[in-house]
Each structure stands twice: as C-alpha cells, then as structure tokens.
Design a protein around this ligand. Structure first.
Ligand SMILES: [Mg+2]
Length: 169
C-alpha cells in the first residue's frame, strides 16, 4: 500500500551516519540526494571531501547515486563537477518527477529508491509522491530566513511522531 505519511521512514543527524548496508538491507538500489542543507549549506558551491568520500562509499557498495535539487542548473552542475553523478535541477520537489527520471535512468523501480533530504514538505513528500523510501536528515546549521523558520515549525509534529514510534528501538 502506498504510504502517504509525512513522517519519515528513517531519521539521522547527518548523511554521514547513513551506511550503504542499511539501505541495501531495505532493498534500496538508488539514492536520490538533496544538496542544500543536506550535503552542504546554500553558500557552499562544491562538495566537501567528506561528501565526496561518503558518496564514494555508496557507489562502491553498488548503489546508484543521483542528485535531485530544486536549485538552478549552474549550482547543481558546479556541485556535481567532482561527483559526476546523475543530476536533475529545478526538480520542483515535492513533485516525484526527478525521482522517476533518476529511476528510469538507472533502470530501478521507485520503491527501490530512497530520497534523502532535510525538508519534510520537499524531500519526504517527494519520496511519498514517488513511492520511494524517505530519509530525513537534520539541516546543516545555517542562518535561516523567516520562511524556513515557519516551515521548520510545521515539520515538528511529524518529527515528534517519528521519535515516538522509534523511541524504544
Ligand atoms: Mg534542502
């Protein structure tokens, strides 16, 4: 049955806590990544060594890796220069389009994909629309504007629900 919940399937403080084995265990074959505040903050144009190394561990484990960003092409293209992964830009998440495009490219089903991002109403919702697994990470600290602050407040009940469900695990 299709999952319509805004509650993420898994939550981590940072992407670096996500090991390929935990994804493979869940039959995941493709990882679709958000950039901004997930891998780096808005102000950082290129991936850090840590990001490059983490993506390399995913690839070495046999996972397909894609970037799906709502940001513009120049930002995504420059960020991807050292990574060379499949990218979509202006993805209009929560639209499922970018995930579907990536899955088609890799020849995997949407339920074999995971969307990893820092926002419930963008990344988790996108995963739900696509029928993919949803992993929420804590946004990398960044001085956020009022619009983002409001969104974070609206996200709280879903994060609390996740914590309640997983507190005994
Ligand atoms: Mg983001």
């Amino acid at each position: 049955m299709k999952n319509h919940s805004f509650v993420p399937d898994m939550m981590f403080d940072s992407v670096f806590e996500i090991e390929p084995e935990m994804l493979i265990e869940r039959n995941i074959r493709a990882v679709v990544l958000d950039i901004d505040n997930t891998l780096v903050t808005y102000g950082v144009a290129e991936p850090t060594e840590e990001v490059i190394a983490w993506i390399e561990t995913l690839k070495s484990a046999g996972l397909h890796v894609a970037i799906a960003s709502n940001n513009h092409e120049p930002r995504v293209a420059l960020f991807n220069k050292k990574l060379g992964v499949f990218t979509t830009w202006e993805s209009k998440k929560p639209s499922a389009r970018s995930v579907k495009t990536a899955c088609e490219h890799f020849g995997v089903k949407a339920e074999e994909a995971v969307v990893i991002g820092d926002q419930i109403f963008t990344d988790v919702w996108c995963a739900r629309n696509a029928g993919a697994l949803a992993i929420l990470v804590k946004p990398i600290p960044y001085p956020e504007n009022l619009f983002f602050k409001c969104k974070r407040i609206l996200e709280k009940p879903f994060i609390r629900t996740y914590r309640r469900r997983h507190q005994n695990k």
